[in-house]
Write a protein of this length. Structure first.
Length: 340
């Protein structure tokens, strides 16, 4: 029986929110032939991440050019090998790939990362032991440099990266203010991840009111791990302490319409001057070569059940465009995945 190969082709740049209208679903018979050193994989889980929306900007961002039109949507995948012409992989092996939104892919063996399902669930290769974990660990420890007793503020704290930053900061002995949208997320951050304080930013009408609540709780901010930007960042920056470190990991509040036409330029840099603070942007790709270093530290915590890695799993390949859009509506907690 012929296997069908399905692909989501990125065909139109979204001006604001992203949806299925920006993609075309292509179906064709699967080509089984392999060349030397190639591996045929079948996707089991797809990673859905905010950076995908950045790549859809009409202007260059962290890449020289935006995500090209007319090709498979890029993204991380956990897959199983179904055929191999390389001795390093055999049918049934679990692997991590960057083969994007397609049910199958022919991949060079050198582009695959083996996954040991005995260490942790295979989905962690797209979460705590994958790109989000790498972002959280190195972003916090190398750019944030938290010390015991300092105040670390995390925006987007219930997301894949933010929820790990909360836990890593606590392991450094910091006091953590976790900011998220909605009382349920805040309760989870407080009761399960043990954040010292939580704030629901949706309960505040403006940055001044949010900042006043932060000030009352913390007294000031030593490290700000920013996943969100917008009003939350406007509230935090006036509260920074001397030598504060601000880590710019994401600006998700701007991704649906604000990437190419942002609001007014930086209005709060005088606070950076007064406090002799630093602000640094970080990308996961800057630390790919140090993945083993992070894994040696974090994997034992994961295996021992000492790290919470919440996952929101949506079933169905057809749901990928809608799942990407849901990142910007606050409908998930932790790492967002689509199961094939």
């Amino acid at each position: 029986m012929q296997t069908t190969h399905r692909q989501w082709i990125y065909r139109q740049r979204p001006a604001a929110t992203v949806g299925s209208e920006h993609y075309a679903l292509r179906e064709q018979p699967l080509e089984m032939a392999l060349g030397a050193g190639e591996v045929l994989i079948e996707a089991r889980y797809f990673s859905v991440d905010p950076y995908m929306r950045i790549g859809q900007s009409g202007k260059p961002t962290y890449d020289a050019e935006p995500h090209p039109l007319g090709v498979v949507q890029q993204g991380g995948v956990v897959a199983q090998v179904i055929a191999s012409l390389d001795t390093a992989f055999a049918p049934g092996d679990w692997v991590r790939s960057y083969s994007g939104w397609q049910t199958h892919a022919r991949v060079a063996a050198s582009d695959l990362t083996p996954i040991d399902p005995g260490i942790a669930p295979v989905t962690t290769a797209l979460g705590v032991l994958g790109m989000p974990g790498r972002t959280a660990w190195f972003g916090l420890t190398e750019a944030g440099r938290p010390h015991a007793g300092e105040v670390v503020v995390v925006s987007g704290a219930a997301g894949a990266v933010g929820s790990l930053v909360v836990q890593f900061a606590k392991r450094h002995g910091a006091r953590v203010l976790a900011i998220a949208g909605g009382p349920d997320k805040c309760a989870w951050l407080r009761d399960v991840l043990h954040a010292d304080w939580t704030l629901d930013y949706k309960a505040f009408s403006d940055a001044d009111a949010l900042g006043a609540a932060m000030k009352a709780m913390t007294g000031g901010v030593d490290v700000y791990f920013d996943n969100v930007g917008g009003m939350v960042t406007d509230a935090v920056i006036p509260l920074i302490n001397r030598r504060a470190r601000i880590v710019i990991c994401g600006q998700i509040s701007q991704y649906s319409g604000g990437l190419d036409a942002p609001d007014l330029g930086p209005r709060l840099l005088h606070h950076m001057l007064y406090q002799r603070a630093t602000m640094q942007g970080i990308l996961a790709r800057d630390y790919v070569h140090r993945m083993d270093e992070m894994t040696r530290i974090v994997a034992p915590w994961v295996k021992a059940g000492e790290i919470v890695f919440e996952e929101t799993v949506i079933d169905g390949f057809d749901q990928l465009p809608a799942a990407l859009n849901s990142l910007f509506t606050g409908e998930h907690r932790g790492k967002l995945l689509v199961r094939a």
